[in-house]
Ligand binder design. Structure first.
Ligand SMILES: [Mg+2]
Length: 384
């Protein structure tokens, strides 16, 4: 086994709300919710002040306002968040080049062997938190552990404004009392299945025999047990280096034919998916590029919660992006492109626990093998 690693998970607390307060101190202490205020608006960020009312992000705003009628709702200022996010990542990169950006306000850092430069990990973490506080007027929580998995759980547990270290060897004991939902990738459905087996805590999951678990959870069971023990060897430095895979095509004649555009997007998405699976990685985002006959070019991205490597998922997301783009402007199209971005190690993901995602992955890689053996046109994915 490789030398023990020191991984930080750094996450800004209630980022959007805190960012608004950093430029407008009048908002400090208010019952602040960031999100869409219209009829179908959704909570993008719930400040800590509204959380005791039960308000959470991703909740419909109408429900949030029933729970907390006095809340102040502000729409999000993406330009501001992007600017702060860049400054935040720049601070992290002062400590190591091995930063894996997971979101606007969240990143992993590989701090292995940095003691000589910055002192013990806790000292470096305190220094990072101090800089975030002084330079950005924000608080961050930091989890320190030998793996990404445990570092992430540790930072989540200590929010807000916390630091927590899980030393090597203590991972399983640290996770044991926690409910299974604390493990990234275990959603309500998986938790329900585990509950049927009498598994409520990560300790129970860690000790559960693989055979019986497999009947409920499928072939990710061994990995699930490992993760419940805090075992996660997923690498971070290689991921931060990974880029994107894309493919595009220019039409002989500009077109508005939606069925033709849909077919083209699906074909491009499958080609990209196949190249993605050859890398052995998963992607976190899909992009769609569209150039109109007047050469205006739009690129749209979508980053779902779980990573993926299956064709169905890529086709589905790319098609939705096409739909949204054409809704924005329906004019003759000259060029169309599909890409996958933010490539990541599948080992870092429990998305495979979701049977639909897992099936898509297995099906798509099987089709790859058939295409490789019998040629490009030997397989068609269903009607159409
Ligand atoms: Mg955050």
């Amino acid at each position: 086994m490789a030398a023990e690693r020191t991984i930080f998970h750094v996450d800004i607390d209630a980022f959007f709300a805190a960012a608004e307060r950093s430029v407008n101190p009048d908002l400090i202490g208010k019952l602040l919710i960031i999100g869409g205020s219209g009829g179908r608006g959704v909570v993008a960020c719930a400040s800590y002040e509204v959380r005791p009312f039960g308000v959470r992000s991703a909740m419909p705003m109408s429900r949030a306002l029933r729970l907390c009628p006095d809340a102040l709702v502000m729409s999000s200022s993406h330009g501001l968040y992007g600017k702060i996010s860049k400054s935040f990542m720049a601070i992290l990169r002062d400590y190591t080049p091995d930063v894996q950006v997971m979101s606007v306000d969240e990143a992993y850092m590989d701090m292995t062997g940095s003691d000589g430069l910055f002192g013990p990990p806790e000292k470096a973490a305190m220094d990072i938190k101090r800089r975030v506080r002084e330079e950005l007027k924000l608080t961050a929580s930091i989890g320190i552990a030998p793996s990404r998995l445990v570092a992430k759980i540790a930072s989540d547990e200590r929010k807000p404004d916390g630091i927590f270290t899980v030393p090597p060897g203590d991972e399983a004991a640290y996770l044991a009392p926690m409910p299974v939902r604390k493990l990234p990738g275990i959603g309500p459905r998986a938790a329900e299945k585990l509950g049927r087996l009498g598994i409520q805590t990560l300790g129970q999951l860690a000790a559960f025999p693989e055979g019986p678990l497999r009947r409920e959870m499928g072939n990710q069971s061994a990995r699930l047990i490992e993760r419940a023990q805090g075992i996660d060897d997923s690498d971070l430095s290689s991921e931060s280096k990974s880029k994107s895979i894309s493919s595009e095509t220019t039409f002989h004649e500009d077109t508005t034919d939606r069925a033709f555009l849909d077919r083209t997007v699906a074909g491009l998405a499958e080609g990209v998916g196949r190249r993605l699976r050859r890398t052995g990685k998963h992607a976190r985002s899909v992009s769609l590029k569209l150039r109109y006959s007047d050469f205006t070019t739009l690129t749209r991205h979508n980053t779902p919660h779980v990573s993926f490597d299956g064709d169905d998922r890529i086709v589905e997301i790319a098609t939705a992006l096409l739909e949204a783009t054409l809704k924005h402007r329906n004019a003759p199209v000259r060029l169309i492109g599909v890409g996958v971005e933010n490539l990541t190690e599948p080992a870092a993901q429990l998305s495979l626990l979701d049977p639909a995602v897992s099936d898509d992955s297995v099906i798509s890689s099987t089709l790859d093998k058939i295409r490789d053996r019998f040629g490009e046109d030997s397989v068609s994915r269903g009607p159409g």
